[in-house]
Design a protein around this ligand. Structure first.
Ligand SMILES: *Cc1c(COP(=O)(O)O)cnc(C)c1O
Length: 466
């Protein structure tokens, strides 16, 4: 018999202690390193090796990690990372990942504490969003999968078990979202077999919110053409500019049309934790389903997405499959149904819930709400510095934590070069987006480590280069 465990644990123990010390140092000294470093070609080549047939001591692998992996990682821990919408993680979540790895729990099902912790997290999420206590849901990789699960629940409501068994056939189901919808929503319709063209992208108003008269007109036109309007997707915090659709009105329209009302609140749903921002989310509590991430504004380490479904019977009916080898029992380890594998597409799944539970427990929703507020205040600070400069222009209203701006007289190519320079020099990592046909520099302030000094330094650095 060969086992992968060592006979003498002391070497592994001291390596583990070293790793933990180093990672705590890493978190404590983030500002001293560049935000991001491009991977040199030889380092990249090192990851094109053949599969090892013989082992390497973990001490040597750790050295490779320190030399070739750690320095070249995304950079989203860093306070000056402002690209895309990336969370900054937190130290308690890091430790929870160690514990979850040590437990190696399979949280697809069965009766154990991993499932209880996940149910607790789902109940907290429902409470946080004002949804009913019996709301069901699962943790997933991210909002892309959460939106997909929601689309499959909506499809189930429209087509029932026949749709699951026979496919969508010629059903003419149409869905609606704002033009600012995240690309994963048409992707979810594609994966659900409905086709991405089934999603009608409704124009937005000057505040980047879905234009309601246009939505009504699109639904009427589809009905006249014999389609069934089965799904309305509201966005709470668009990825481009952080806009909130009028969720309460969308809920009314969905109710009148007997359509499923889903909210993509990937990061914006967390605005419920801020007393000042919460009003923008009004109506989210009426959703049939909500997709959001703990790994963005809630600062849980990657990955941690969540879907909530108001009617637990629908989520179960949309995913459960009867199989002998997975039959639930009234007692024993096979008890405790329904299992997460009956509420989403994954069977084997890790213990994601532990880091979410530990993060929410360690900090509490008030502190997380303060981060939401603080990052929005920093976005306002950035917006006013931009407005005050005669070289910079705001390209979208700043309602949340996302600031899109342009440089007077700069072509799109110059803007793109400037952003890449900032990234490659390791100074700042904003990203870009295209708004009204013009390339914008986009700073999404998500990280709890970002300060006013970082914002001021970003503006100073951009102005120095224009
Ligand atoms: C980030 C984001 C998504 C995708 O979420 P992932 O966690 O990256 O899968 C979907 N919608 C919006 C609005 C987002 O910001």
């Amino acid at each position: 018999m060969s086992t992968l465990d060592p006979t003498d644990w002391s070497a592994l123990r001291s390596l583990g202690h070293q790793m933990l010390d180093d990672m705590v140092d890493h978190l404590a000294t983030l500002r001293e390193s560049p935000v991001w470093r491009p991977m040199p070609a030889p380092v990249r080549e090192g990851f094109k090796a053949p599969i090892p047939t013989q082992g390497t001591p973990p001490e040597a692998l750790y050295e490779t990690f320190q030399a070739n992996i750690q320095p070249y990682i995304t950079g989203n821990l860093h306070p000056r990372f402002m690209g895309w919408v990336h969370g900054g993680g937190n130290p308690v979540s890091m430790l929870a990942e160690l514990l979850a790895g040590a437990m190696n729990a399979n949280c697809g099902g069965r009766d154990h504490a991993g499932i209880a912790v996940e149910r607790q997290v789902i109940a907290w999420a429902a409470e946080m969003l004002g949804m009913p206590a019996q709301t069901s849901g699962v943790l997933l990789t991210g909002s892309s999968m959460a939106n997909f699960v929601a689309v499959l629940c909506a499809r189930y409501k429209a087509l029932g078990q026949e749709g699951r068994r026979d496919g969508v056939g010629g059903a003419k189901l149409t869905a609606y979202a704002s033009a600012g919808v995240h690309r994963c929503v048409p992707g979810a319709l594609d994966m659900a077999g409905l086709g991405s063209a089934a999603l009608r992208r409704i124009p937005v108003d000057e505040n980047f919110r879905m234009d309601i008269p246009s939505l009504r007109a699109a639904i009427a036109a589809d009905k006249a053409a014999g389609c069934t309007s089965f799904l309305i997707v509201g966005t709470a915090g668009t990825v481009d500019v952080g806009a909130f659709d009028d969720l309460a009105t969308l809920a009314d329209i969905a109710a009148a049309e007997n359509a499923w009302f889903h909210v993509d609140g990937a990061f914006g749903a967390l605005a419920v934790l801020s007393p000042t921002l919460k009003p923008a989310t009004a109506g989210i509590e009426r959703a049939d389903s909500v997709a959001f991430d703990f790994h963005k504004w809630a600062q849980v380490t990657y990955d941690a997405g969540c879907v909530l479904v108001r009617d637990p019977a629908i989520e179960l009916a949309a995913f459960a499959q009867a199989t002998n080898y997975l039959a639930a029992a009234p007692r024993g380890l096979a008890g405790g149904a329904p299992w997460p594998c009956d509420l989403g597409p994954d069977l084997s799944r890790g213990f994601r819930a532990l880091k979410v539970w530990m993060t929410l427990s360690a900090y509490g929703t008030q502190a997380l709400g303060d981060i939401v507020d603080d990052t929005c205040a920093l976005a306002q600070r950035l917006a006013s510095l931009i407005t005050a400069s005669n070289r910079l222009t705001l390209l979208a209203p700043v309602k949340l934590n996302i600031v899109c701006f342009g440089i007077t007289g700069f072509s799109d190519a110059q803007t793109s070069d400037l952003v890449a320079d900032l990234q490659e020099e390791g100074l700042f990592a904003p990203s870009t987006t295209t708004l009204n046909g013009k390339l914008a520099i986009r700073a999404a302030i998500v990280n709890h480590r970002t300060t006013a000094a970082d914002i001021d330094a970003l503006v100073a650095e951009v102005l120095r280069r224009v």
